[in-house]
Design a binder for this molecule. Sequence first.
Ligand SMILES: Cc1cc2nc3c(=O)[nH]c(=O)nc-3n(C[C@H](O)[C@H](O)[C@H](O)COP(=O)(O)OP(=O)(O)OC[C@H]3O[C@@H](n4cnc5c(N)ncnc54)[C@H](O)[C@@H]3O)c2cc1C
Length: 507
Amino acid sequence: MTAAWRSAGLERLATTEFDLLVIGAGVLGAATAWTAALQGARVAVIDRGDVAGATSSASSKLLHGGLRYLAMGDLGLVREAHHERRVNATIVAPHLTRPQPFVVPIVRGGALPGWQARVGVLAYSALSGFRDGRSGRISLAEAVALAPGLDPSRLVGVVRYHDHQTHDARLALGALRAAAAAGAVVVPRVEALALRTLGGRAVGVEAADVLGASLFAISARAVVNAAGPWVDVVRRMEDQGARPSVRLAKGAHVLVSPAVPWAAAVTTPLAGGRVSFAIPWQGMLLLGTTDEPYEGDPGLVEATDADVEQIVAEARLALDPSVVDAASVRARFAGLRVLPVADGATSTTRRETIISTGPTGMVSVAGGKLTTWRRIGLDVVRHVNAGSGRPAPSRTPVPMPGALPLAGATAALLDAHPDLDRDVAAHLAHLYGSLATDVIAACEDRPELRERLHPDGPDVLAQVAYARDHEWALTVDDVARRRTTLWHRGLAGPAETARIAAELARS
Ligand SMILES: Cc1cc2nc3c(=O)[nH]c(=O)nc-3n(C[C@H](O)[C@H](O)[C@H](O)COP(=O)(O)OP(=O)(O)OC[C@H]3O[C@@H](n4cnc5c(N)ncnc54)[C@H](O)[C@@H]3O)c2cc1C
């Protein structure tokens, strides 16, 4: 049976003359749709898979200035990214954005001399206006207290700096919900197959309902291609001879469960300009990432055993071997960076946003960073509006639905539901902000919705019902991987999967 929201969405896609059709519901498609919808445009967003189902759920989950981009001389990118992480943390998504101290271990005989690390974090802090607390050298004892997995016997020094972290898929989801609240029609599992043109101008797409296998046309006065790693596939729909505009680089991550909580993340410099991250995330440790050229089908990207071995070996350059081994990996995933076509190693390629307008007027966007998603959305809409008489979009940041500082959101939830476990309340407040009360509201009629999906994690059954009714979730994977944190914790076993499937099947 098709969900009511999906039937209504498909109907609107087939019958509305949109101002803008966005192909791709990753974070950049979401940003574009929200910006345009706020301007009053009639907007549609489609995705061949789940929302945030590709790169936007496979990142390192950092909102960061990008310490290693400093080493690449990209001062403008670092300054802008610092600004944007602060805008996310204070206005747009404060519940979803956590401050994250980092330490850089200076490994004996390692890739980075201590003086360079000290100068680097000083410049990095300066580019963010020294607004995040003290950066610079700290003692080994202080470092081990912050990141208990560090192996001090291998280190000759440690420096500290500051960034933020988030839940990437839920950030994209939040932007899509904001777009929908401003009037956009969002329908996942609809694939753009071909571009429709009139007088040489793009006027929509031929589309397929991936689940129902029906074909239909979507009409729009403008089309944005935000297809991420598939950006050139969609560009070739308007120009079969279009030369590649991007190249792809795979990055893999693994999650392990630390013996004790870590307060700081670890950034270990590696040869060739890469770093190894160990980031406390949702009570787990997120380790990565690799950076290898990728030329296959983007839909088949996966973290291999060799990736896991590499991540573990690189983490062990500064961490005690007992902290991480391949057997303790709870989950692994990989995504594709979209980089400008350039010579040289992918790890030294600038993380630029690539925006271009094709021969039919279709605007294509790819690359960039999760951190600067909002700014990229503004840029894309400026490109779409060029020559249309529409004004440039407002740069003023707007809170997404549920935006509330985490402490306030947790306190409000516990005030309304004092019997909720504290870890569950804090978790729901982080993922949903002030909307956490809506997630729990359904439990009045069905008390079983308060039950944890797994006794070792804070996700509850009510999140499945909420994902089904309000967040476009259709499959167990949608819920386990992108609406909750169950899969990342290695807790999506057969019993949990069956329970989620049963709840999704209710209407
Ligand atoms: C390993 C890795 C780590 C990263 N870490 C960070 C980080 O910590 N911080 C940071 O700021 N940035 C990070 N990034 C970058 C960031 O994740 C990306 O810039 C961002 O997610 C790109 O989003 P997107 O919307 O362009 O692409 P995607 O999220 O890939 O979205 C594109 C969407 O288009 C859809 N699509 C494709 N073709 C079609 C079609 N024909 N019809 C309909 N839909 C279609 C796809 O299904 C997909 O959902 C990282 C990237 C990688 C790969």
